[in-house]
Design a protein around this ligand. Structure first.
Ligand SMILES: CC(C)(COP(=O)(O)OP(=O)(O)OC[C@H]1O[C@@H](n2cnc3c(N)ncnc32)[C@H](O)[C@@H]1OP(=O)(O)O)[C@@H](O)C(=O)NCCC(=O)NCCS
Length: 188
C-alpha cells in the first residue's frame, strides 16, 4: 500500500502538509481551480472544463486509490492554502513529477510556494525514496520558475517554451534557506 506522509513546519506561522482528503474539497478550493488567471499555467486543469465540488472529490478519491500518485495540502492552522500533486511514485519509476498551487492571490508572494515545493520534495526524497523529482513549467511563468529554483531545483531542458527542472537527492538546499525555521515529518 502507498505510504502516507505528512509534515509540519514553522515559518512566521505554523503550517502543516498532509495528504488531502475528500473533506478538504471546499467551495474556496474549487473556486481556485475555476479561476482562469490561477490556472493559466496549469494546462490539465485549464482544459478540464468547470470543476465542481463533486468532480474534485472524485478526483481526490481517484488519487487516494492510486498506487503511484498523491496530492498534498498545505494548511495554515486548519485553512487550506495550497495543493501539490505528485505522480510517478512507483518503486521502479526513474523520477517523480510534481506541480504546485497556492490558491489565493493574497497568499502568494510570501514564500509559501517555495516552502511547500521544498517540503513536498523533501518527503518524496526522504520518505518515498525518490532519487529524482521533476517539474515542467511554462517559461512564461516566472513565479513558478523562481519557486522551483529557490527550492533547490536546477533546469535540465526546455522544449517549446516548457522548462523541465529537477531535484536530485543529495543536492538539496537547507530548510532555513527557504524560510523554514523548524521541520518535522512523519510516515504511516
Ligand atoms: C507559482 C506559485 C506557486 C508561486 O507561489 P508563491 O507562494 O507566490 O511563491 P513564493 O512567494 O514562494 O515565491 C515567488 C517568487 O516568484 C517571484 N516572482 C513572482 N512574480 C514574478 C514575476 N512576474 N517575475 C519574476 N519573478 C516573480 C517572486 O519575486 C518570488 O521570488 P523572491 O522570493 O526571490 O522574490 C503561485 O503563484 C501559484 O500558485 N500560481 C498559480 C498556479 C501555478 O502557476 N502553478 C505552477 C504551475 S508549474
Amino acid at each position: 500500500m502507498k505510504p502516507r506522509c505528512w509534515a509540519e513546519f514553522e515559518m512566521t506561522a505554523h503550517f502543516g502538509m498532509r495528504s488531502l482528503t475528500v473533506d478538504d474539497v471546499s467551495e474556496a478550493y474549487v473556486g481556485w481551480l475555476n479561476d482562469p488567471q490561477t490556472t493559466r499555467y496549469m494546462p490539465c486543469v485549464a482544459k478540464s472544463g468547470p470543476v465542481t465540488i463533486e468532480s474534485q472529490r472524485d478526483y481526490v478519491r481517484w488519487i487516494l486509490d492510486s498506487e503511484d500518485a498523491c496530492i498534498m495540502g498545505l494548511f495554515r492552522d486548519s485553512r487550506l492554502v495550497g495543493t501539490s500533486g505528485a505522480q510517478r511514485l512507483g518503486a521502479d519509476s526513474e523520477f517523480a513529477t510534481i506541480g504546485v498551487l497556492i490558491g489565493s492571490a493574497d497568499d502568494r508572494g510570501r514564500g509559501l510556494g517555495t516552502a511547500f515545493v521544498w517540503g513536498v520534495t523533501e518527503l518524496l526524497h526522504s520518505q518515498l525514496a525518490m532519487r529524482e523529482v521533476r517539474a515542467t513549467i511554462a517559461a512564461t511563468n516566472p513565479a513558478s520558475v523562481a519557486v522551483f529554483r529557490k527550492a533547490g531545483y536546477s533546469e535540465c531542458g526546455e522544449v517549446d517554451g516548457v522548462i523541465t527542472v529537477r531535484s536530485v537527492e543529495g543536492q538539496r538546499v537547507e530548510a532555513a534557506r527557504v524560510g523554514i525555521r523548524g521541520w518535522r515529518s512523519f510516515r504511516a
